[in-house]
Design a protein around this ligand. Structure first.
Ligand SMILES: *Cc1c(COP(=O)(O)O)cnc(C)c1O
Length: 347
């Protein structure tokens, strides 16, 4: 069997949820979209269900999957994409966002008495959300519907930066608008949980903080480790070229190893060397990333053997730093991991 493996550490997951609880008194909505950021929704759900108030996802397929596992509220973060999506919302008793007025067309046709509406307000990210000018009218319309509850929400664009002025202005716009309205409110994503206690309100919506791919400086632990195993070693003479297009050339005699992981496994494509670790030592990749392989320059280290484990990252890695090498962000690293990679769990 190919030993290219994503290990998921469930006790680190539990640690992260407990850490979030130390930072906030608000209820926690665990964002489990995109298969829990690539880490397997069902295992994540099982581990943290008792700690959270609700879950959130993007697609109806994701919501149906979560609904099989829990009776807790499930929020569709983008609401309906087609008006007839309300049929499945009704059937599975889902919560949904209203971010645009078109999503209220024909909504009266459905029995949404088991759903909470999350009315999303654009406070300056200019992505999704109703305009401030339309709030009064649309809030009135939403209040006239037969739903179980209305929650007011917005999304922050730069909460991972402490005291980011744009984010502080978003918080003020939101607070000024909703102040005095007796609905529950929700503003904070992971970054705001740690950096912006003034954004807390009633429900916080952390995603990455739960998965530990960011915010290690606040105490989150990385939940995943990605490893592969050496399947080939060869001696190369100085001057020889390695890999596609021969872009990498040996400066001196060296040993080139191959591990069976490539961009089809979800590694972001790279052409420049990436750091990997074997038996506690760091080495650099050689040449361009392949679809199914990564090549590594072991220099003259003859202690490296076929079958040795190569770590792309480990539970003690800071994924923000790892992702910089790949010229991307940790969100992209995790959500990219393909179904071809074996997933195993540590309790
Ligand atoms: C994805 C998402 C979150 C979670 O963001 P993190 O940075 O992972 O905490 C929260 N709210 C909304 C609306 C989202 O789309």
């Amino acid at each position: 069997m190919r030993k290219t493996e994503l290990k998921i550490n469930l006790s680190n997951l539990k640690h992260n949820i407990n850490l979030i609880k130390k930072f906030t008194d608000a209820d926690i909505q665990a964002v489990v979209k995109a298969n829990s950021y690539g880490l397997n929704m069902s295992k994540v759900l099982e581990t943290i269900e008792d700690d959270v108030e609700s879950f959130s996802v993007i697609t109806l397929t994701e919501a149906e999957e979560v609904r099989k596992l829990t009776t807790k509220p499930i929020l569709l973060l983008q609401g309906v994409h087609q008006l007839d999506d309300y049929e499945l919302i009704e059937k599975h008793k889902l919560d949904f966002v209203i971010h645009s007025s078109w999503q209220l067309n024909e909504i009266e046709k459905y029995n949404l008495s088991n759903s909470r509406i999350w009315l999303k307000i654009n406070t300056g990210m200019n992505r999704l959300g109703i305009n401030l000018d339309d709030f009064e009218e649309l809030f009135k319309k939403v209040k006239s519907l037969n739903t179980s509850e209305i929650i007011l929400m917005s999304h922050l664009s730069a909460s991972s930066v402490k005291d980011d002025p744009h984010t502080l202005s978003q918080i003020k716009i939101f607070n000024d608008l909703v102040n005095g309205i007796s609905c529950k409110k929700s503003l904070s994503n992971s970054g705001a949980v740690f950096n912006m206690p003034e954004a807390e309100h009633d429900i916080v919506r952390p995603g990455m903080a739960i998965y530990g791919g960011k915010y290690n400086e606040f105490g989150t632990k990385n939940v995943s480790s990605l490893t592969s195993q050496i399947i080939s070693l060869r001696n190369i003479k100085a001057g020889e070229r390695v890999g596609y297009d021969g872009t990498w050339q040996a400066k001196e005699d060296c040993i080139i190893g191959s591990i069976p992981i490539g961009y089809a496994d979800g590694l972001p494509y790279f052409m420049k060397p990436i750091t990997v670790s074997v038996n506690g030592k760091e080495f650099k990749t050689a040449g361009k990333l392949n679809m199914d392989l990564t090549l590594i320059n072991f220099e003259q280290d003859s202690s490296i053997k076929i079958g040795d484990t190569v770590k792309l990252w480990d539970f003690d890695s800071d994924l923000s730093k790892v992702s910089e090498e790949f010229n991307t962000i940790s969100y992209n690293l995790l959500t990219n991991i393909s179904s071809r990679v074996t997933k195993n769990y540590l309790e």
